[in-house]
Design a protein around this ligand. Structure first.
Ligand code: CP3
Length: 335
């Protein structure tokens, strides 16, 4: 069995598995070359190209898993929602969802033709073989809803968090729709052969624990339930130390931990769960000495968990020297 899947089952394989969030993408010259002349959302819907980009970091770095090249916005595009990803800005929604009528119009959309996703995943799996699984992913309902309500990225998600309380019924319908779309997107990837999934709730850290539990967690649980019993599920958020236990309770086989919470502390909060993380992305540009010391510390603390999948505490920054990532994988494999 692959080292990733052994670790996700809670056992410690001989070699520590390692992969990186955003391992595909702008840090790689071959990615910038392949992407020329296409927008990111176009690239996500061209099976040959999405498969090629997914495979690039596996070939280059010898990471132990591929993460499907797509975006958390892709299922919204497939559902016909008017969304764009602008370079340097991120997702932009032309008509943000602010009223009950906006929610009515949104929830009338159904997930459309997912065959480009299936085809891309199948090409990747054919090339990867058994030892390197493909990880599927989706955005969690809150992170998707935060973009839909705010219209673009935001620091504190005020409009989304206000709507949760000013119009709880619209909020509930919005989140239920996002959960349905995310769950279907996960299931499409698993149907095509993905061997694990990760739910990204990147912006959940801006929520109070009370709001998370009452108005968000049930929907994340619904999205994760779409693949329950089929593949191991990883749940990841940023700035979510206060939510780790509630995120785990959504129904997961492993938890992703950002770089702010040391893994031995996370292990105490989450007894019995395999942990993934949490090398600080800033350390990738801090020089090899500090990076190596930090990586050794992360691996040491990870021993407090039943199993550890080494990753970053958030995505690879676009300015990262890819050679540093290759060296880091080799170091982790030696430890
Ligand atoms: O390893 C991988 O690269 C997997 C593919 C992947 C992308 N986005 C490709 C992408 C994954 C897993 C995502 C998830 C995603 N997208 C998240 C959750 C993870 C996280 O980082 O918290 C979020 C919040 C998004 C939304 C999004 N898409 C943002 C904020 C941006 C950055 C905008 C910018 O240009 O600064 C994107 C664009 C995006 N998605 C890029 C990539 C490689 C960069 C744009 C490009 O290459 O043209």
């Amino acid at each position: 069995m692959s080292t990733l899947l052994s670790a996700l089952q809670g056992t410690r394989p001989e070699r520590l598995p390692v992969w990186f969030m955003r391992q595909a993408g702008r840090s790689l010259p071959e990615y910038r070359e392949a992407r020329q002349g296409t927008t990111i959302l176009e690239a996500c819907l061209r099976p040959e190209l999405a498969a090629e980009i997914t495979l690039q970091p596996v070939r280059r770095h010898d990471v132990d898993a591929a993460i499907f090249f797509s975006d958390i916005m892709t299922p919204l595009v497939i559902a016909g929602v008017d969304v764009d990803i602008r370079p340097g800005i991120g997702p932009v929604i032309e008509d943000p969802i602010r009223t009950a009528a906006d929610v009515d119009a949104l929830v009338a959309h159904e997930l459309g033709d997912t065959s480009p996703i299936t085809e891309a995943a199948q090409i990747v799996i054919r090339e990867l073989g058994e030892q390197k699984p493909l990880i599927g992913f989706a955005g969690a309902p809150f992170t998707l809803a935060a973009y839909l309500v705010e219209g673009r990225g935001s620091r504190d998600h005020l409009a989304a968090r206000s709507m949760m309380h000013s119009d709880p019924e619209s909020w509930r319908r919005l989140l239920a729709w996002c959960a349905d779309i995310s769950g279907q997107f996960l299931a499409v990837q698993v149907d095509a052969g993905a061997r694990a999934v990760q739910l990204f709730d990147s912006w959940a850290g801006s929520l109070s624990q009370a709001d998370y539990v009452s108005s968000v967690a049930p929907h994340s649980a619904a999205a994760l339930a779409a693949v329950e019993g089929r593949v191991p599920r990883i749940h990841f958020g940023v700035g979510t130390r206060h939510l780790l236990q509630d995120m785990a309770a959504c129904g997961v086989e492993a938890m992703g931990v950002d770089y702010r919470t040391p893994l031995d502390e996370a292990a105490q909060l989450l007894p019995g769960l395999p942990l993934q993380g949490n090398i600080d992305p800033a350390m990738l540009s801090a020089g090899w000495g500090p990076l190596e010391a930090h990586a050794r510390d992360v691996v040491g603390r990870g021993k407090a968990a039943p199993a550890h999948i080494v990753n970053l505490g958030h995505g690879v920054p676009p300015t990262t020297d890819p050679a540093v990532l290759t060296d880091l994988v080799a170091l982790i494999h030696e430890l």
